[in-house]
Design a protein around this ligand. Structure first.
Ligand SMILES: [Zn+2]
Length: 164
């Protein structure tokens, strides 16, 4: 087992990415697999020299417990606020535990407060991708640069180094 560093940003916080398309399939015969950087999103291929199952996710979700607020973007009154608890987090999405209802496909803004920071992190644009009795799954679509940087720092601290 070893770690593979990202050719773009140098971190070893990378993981196997889902294979798609003919090229990925052909390369996988030679155990050349796609990897995804967990901190800068760069996708690259590397020779592993051993067979690996095709993973489902591109990003690892880090377990967290941060208070969170979700607001629908198209709420004219600006008053609908869903309070909840962030239970996991990656560079591209998260899960929010909440008893309140929010429709699937709804565009939202997210604010959550990591214990590591004085100020909350804001995600300008996110989409409700899944819903269960316990809460909702969000996929992030837009961030301010500065907020994405803060999130990246947080994940850098929290993500474990992957041995592949
Ligand atoms: Zn990277």
């Amino acid at each position: 087992m070893r770690s593979y560093s990202c050719p773009q940003c140098g971190t070893v916080k990378t993981r196997l990415a889902p294979r798609s398309g003919v090229t990925d399939r052909l390369l996988s015969i030679l155990t050349i697999y796609p990897l995804r950087c967990q901190l800068c999103t760069h996708r690259f291929t590397t020779f592993l020299g051993k067979l690996k199952a095709n993973p489902r996710r591109n990003y690892d979700r880090v377990p967290v417990q941060y208070p969170a607020q979700v607001r629908p973007v198209h709420d004219p009154s600006q008053r609908v606020v869903v309070e909840g608890m962030l239970s996991n987090l990656s560079l591209r999405g998260c899960r929010v535990l909440t008893k309140q209802r929010i429709p699937l496909g709804c565009q939202v803004m997210l604010e959550f407060h990591p214990a590591e920071y004085d100020d909350p992190i804001m995600v300008d644009g996110a989409l409700v991708r899944s819903r269960t009795a316990e809460g909702i799954g969000l996929r992030f679509s837009s961030f301010l640069r500065s907020e994405e940087r803060r999130l990246r720092r947080l994940l850098d601290l929290r993500l474990s180094d992957h041995a592949i």
